[in-house]
Design a protein around this ligand. Structure first.
Ligand SMILES: [Zn+2]
Length: 75
């Protein structure tokens, strides 16, 4: 089961060179499109790479929680 969906806000192992490490998921597929919340730049990433790099996700209360502890069913 995938924990994330389009419009979720996530942080990754490494942030964007602009200094921000919050990304909005824009498209999901074999490749994932992310928008940097700092500068608005879009990047594409292989889903496998994304699954390795994702660290935190914003829950419905607006808190960033570790992806391993995140359960969308209880949200
Ligand atoms: Zn940026």
């Amino acid at each position: 089961m995938k924990k994330y969906k389009v419009n979720d806000i996530v942080s990754l192992k490494k942030g964007h060179p602009c200094g921000e490490n919050l990304w909005e998921i824009q498209r999901l597929g074999a490749d994932i499109k992310l928008k940097c919340m700092g500068c608005g730049k879009n990047i594409w990433m292989k889903r496998l790479e994304f699954d390795k790099k994702i660290r935190k996700i914003k829950d419905k209360d607006g808190k960033m929680v570790a992806i391993v502890n995140y359960d969308p069913e209880s949200n």
